[in-house]
Design a protein around this ligand. Structure first.
Ligand code: UDP
Length: 354
């Protein structure tokens, strides 16, 4: 029986890894779940919600710690666990510091590394920073590459990864959405009098001037009239400070703390348009049939561009024009399964348990 270690530490990682961990239990395996603790409060509600537990809490974060120390601490703490456990596979997801550190710790200990969400690329090491570097480096040392889409597979082939190690399986984040929330979503029977925007912002590249411009655009949008905004604000101090400085305080803009996963998906469902710099949201919104205005200069999620997602960066007039045009057309967007059909976890476990 295969011994598999799952390494996670951030909100998107638990959402995308939970279906794999549950599938491993379903198949009678005894997986080891290692939480680096890269995110703290964002994960609290997630463990119970997904019904999984961490066997190791490495608590790598310290106030004011820079990226190098976080990464170094994560590699050495994960390595210690792997050294004693000697799993057959280390599974990492995405492109965070936890992902990179988990892959390195596996590699140093001679353990095979399986990478979920492999082959995403902008080919710009500064955007997203440091995620683009993390994902490229993980692809160099991974033994198995699980891609969400064909274009992700082609990126890996272009980088000389052997095709027999690449599996196109969809993104397991959509398994979470399908399994835990989808059948509980209902349309509000009362027709809203206003248009609803859901806004999220958290990316390092958005900090500073871009974030100021994005928030200004949101101020203009509510002045346009008939628009309300819900904004779950990320706990990062750079985001909090910009919001208190640059976002209008008015009843049309509802500022809330980060939502638990169920409430957040419900907020996506209730939105007429989503404005976001999030990667996960760019996959979940098309799955729900919701249009997204992508508040980034570059994106690696290209499959839905120009169909249901629109890349605008921090350009004030583009943000306003595209958002208004989506809202005024009353266009309905069909559900789009480009990033996965919600059944990725069994495909991945089939390969890992072979
Ligand atoms: N999310 C959540 N609550 C929120 C905002 C986002 O549960 O208030 C979920 C969302 O459904 C998605 C994930 O968090 O699955 C995205 O995380 P984030 O945007 O932080 O990271 P990224 O996807 O950009 O790596």
């Amino acid at each position: 029986m295969k011994n598999i270690a799952f390494i996670l530490g951030t909100r998107p990682e638990i959402i995308k890894m939970a279906p794999l961990i549950k599938e491993a239990y379903k198949r009678g395996l005894s997986p080891t779940v290692i939480n680096t603790g890269q995110h703290k409060e964002l994960l609290y509600s997630m463990w119970d919600f997904f019904g999984i537990k961490a066997h190791y809490d490495l608590a790598i974060m310290q106030e004011g710690q820079d990226l190098s120390h976080t990464c170094a601490k994560a590699i050495s703490s994960i390595s210690e666990v792997l050294y004693h456990h000697k799993p057959d596979y280390v599974v990492v997801q995405g492109d965070t510091t936890t992902t990179f550190a988990g892959a390195m710790a596996g590699y140093y200990n001679g353990i095979k590394v399986a990478h979920i969400e492999a082959g995403l690329r902008t080919y710009d090491l500064s955007s997203p920073f440091p995620e683009e570097a993390h994902r490229q480096m993980v692809s160099k040392i991974a033994d198995l590459h699980f891609c969400a889409t064909e274009s992700n597979k082609h990126a890996l082939i272009f980088e000389n990864v052997s095709t027999d190690k690449i599996f196109v399986v969809g993104n397991p984040g959509l398994d979470s959405l399908r399994e835990t929330v989808l059948d509980k979503l209902e349309d509000d029977p009362k027709k809203k009098k206003h248009k609803q925007i859901l806004l999220t912002l958290h990316r390092r590249e958005s900090f500073g001037e871009p974030m100021e411009k994005i928030l200004q655009a949101v101020n203009y949008l509510v002045e346009y009239g008939g628009i309300r905004v819900t904004f779950p604000v990320h706990p990062n101090p750079n985001v909090r400070e910009a919001v208190s400085k640059h976002l209008k305080k008015c009843p049309e803009i509802e500022i809330v703390n980060p939502l638990d996963y169920f409430s957040f998906v419900k907020a996506m469902w209730d939105a007429d348009v989503i404005l976001s710099d999030s990667g996960g949201v760019q996959e979940e919104a098309p799955f729900l049939g919701k249009p997204t205005v992508v508040l980034r200069e570059k994106t690696e999620r290209i499959e839905t561009l120009g169909k249901s997602s629109f890349l605008v960066g921090a350009d004030l007039s583009k943000i306003i024009n595209i958002t208004i045009s989506i809202l005024s057309k009353e266009e309905t967007f069909k559900r789009d399964f480009s990033y996965g059909d919600g059944y990725s976890a069994p495909r991945i476990l089939d390969v890992l348990t072979k």
